[in-house]
Ligand binder design. Structure first.
Ligand code: HAM
Length: 424
């Protein structure tokens, strides 16, 4: 039997409906913050990701040569594509430009729970300038999204990569080796960072200072320990967040991020229930546009790891129940099938979700199928009822049956199904 490739998944109808439901929550939240949706290609020229994503992402890139000899890569993330899109076609628009996107990304990682080779991100970018309000806006939207999804147990940690970068430069790490050091700090691999830093001639005291800095963690009171302009910046971001209802944050200068392009504020959210792959959201401020041939424009963005966010909800016991359909049209005998199709069509064109028997089933079997399709009503079409211009409507929950004139059917079913489903 052929299976889907390692690290990828099929989504069956129940799961797909659950995913669309939660995707809708994220979409609604993005719109309430004034973001508009964009879509970029699933594959790009490899160069787009090679320029600044950093060693972590590069070793996981799905890269290949196409038939024309071009170096192509499946997107491992969507920030670089979004900024390429901005440089190509949106750079003259009034700023800030606030866009969101939802789609699959590809990373050649070792699959495990919460880590896939094809996974979905719901992300957003604010392209336009570096202000504390911009950073606060991104964090506030991320926090609202996690709340809108209904995730209860998560930690939102905010740091500043600029602080670490300047410390790393101060202690004598050559610029071209900064990414290597950050990669170790990201995973808190201090034992592996030590020989690396030693090799670069960094003293043991300086290493300790650097490691201590990454352990600056706590409530907003630890902001007083954050040095220089970065400290002022984060204090301003936090003052905005306080009035924006984000009361669930921690300061953590150890937030490093796996991607290389961040320059200032960085943040992550994690759901502890997920174990090893607990990061459900990550982002920060960065510049990329100048690398892609545009002017240098500061941006801030983030992406929610959609699959992990759903796993977190599952761990918290959130259940999403399939809503079913409003009506299932079935036939008491074969001679009324054409009429049944006409009735189903009338229901559908009135916005009622209706299915019908297309397997030529006898009534009892068709009724069983209506029940498995979670229909709220069965519309039974029979020759005798039709002579009176009627059908029989059965409430699938109570089993009550009544005759309804065909002309009244739409109103009858519409009236009984949830009103909100029929907003005109
Ligand atoms: P990232 O942290 O690499 O950031 O990915 C964002 C989220 O995608 C992660 O927090 C995680 O939840 C999810 N994720 C990453 N890899 C996998 C995987 N293999 N399987 C399942 N989920 C995964 C970015 O990609 C940046 N582009 C975010 C950003 C937007 N920064 C600024 N703007």
């Amino acid at each position: 039997m052929i299976q889907c490739p390692r690290g990828t998944r099929d989504f069956l109808p129940d799961e797909m409906e659950r995913r669309r439901f939660y995707e809708g929550k994220l979409r609604e939240t993005a719109k309430t913050f004034g973001f508009r949706e964009v879509e970029t290609p699933i594959f790009e020229d490899s160069e787009l990701f090679i320029l600044r994503s950093g060693p972590n992402v590069l070793k996981e890139l799905y890269a290949f040569e196409d038939k024309g000899g071009r170096a192509i890569a499946l997107r491992p993330e969507m920030t670089a594509p979004a900024i390429r899109m901005f440089v190509n076609g949106m750079s003259n628009e009034p700023k800030p430009i606030k866009v969101f996107y939802f789609g699959q990304c590809f990373r050649y990682e070792r699959p495990q729970s919460g880590r896939y080779r094809e996974f979905f991100q719901f992300g957003a970018e604010i392209i336009g300038g570096a202000t504390p309000q911009t950073d606060a806006e991104a964090i506030a939207m991320a926090s609202s999204m996690l709340k809108a999804l209904g995730i209860k147990d998560y930690r939102l940690r905010i740091g500043h990569i600029g602080v670490l970068r300047s410390k790393i430069a101060d202690i004598g790490v050559p610029p071209e080796r900064t990414a290597e050091v950050l990669q170790k700090l990201d995973k808190k691999l201090y034992d592996e960072a030590r020989p690396l830093l030693e090799d670069m001639g960094v003293s043991s005291d300086d290493m300790d200072d650097l490691f201590d800095l990454t352990e600056t963690i706590g409530g907003t009171e630890v902001l007083s320990k954050v040095p220089g302009e970065a400290g002022d910046w984060l204090r301003q971001v936090v003052s905005y967040l306080e009035v924006m209802g984000v009361d669930d944050l921690e300061i953590d200068l150890g937030v490093v991020r796996g991607l290389d392009y961040y320059t200032g504020m960085v943040f992550e959210a994690e759901a502890p229930a997920l174990g090893a792959e607990k990061q459900i959201c990550g982002g920060g401020s960065y510049t990329l546009s100048e690398l892609f041939g545009g002017e240098k424009v500061f941006s801030t963005g983030f992406a929610v790891g959609f699959d992990r966010a759903l796993l977190a909800l599952e761990k918290e016991g959130a259940v999403y129940d399939y809503d079913g359909i409003d009506a299932y049209v079935l036939c008491a005998s074969d001679d009324v099938r054409i009429k049944a199709a006409e009735i189903a069509t009338t229901l559908r064109s009135s916005g009622i979700s209706a299915d019908m028997d297309i397997m030529d089933r006898k009534m009892a079997k068709a009724m069983k199928f209506a029940s498995s399709a979670r229909a709220r009503y069965a519309v039974i079409v029979g020759a005798r009822d039709l002579e009176n211009g009627e059908v029989t409507v059965r409430d699938m929950n109570t089993g009550d049956q009544s005759n309804v004139r065909i002309g009244d059917l739409v109103e009858r079913i519409r009236g009984r199904c949830a009103v909100s489903r029929f907003k005109e």
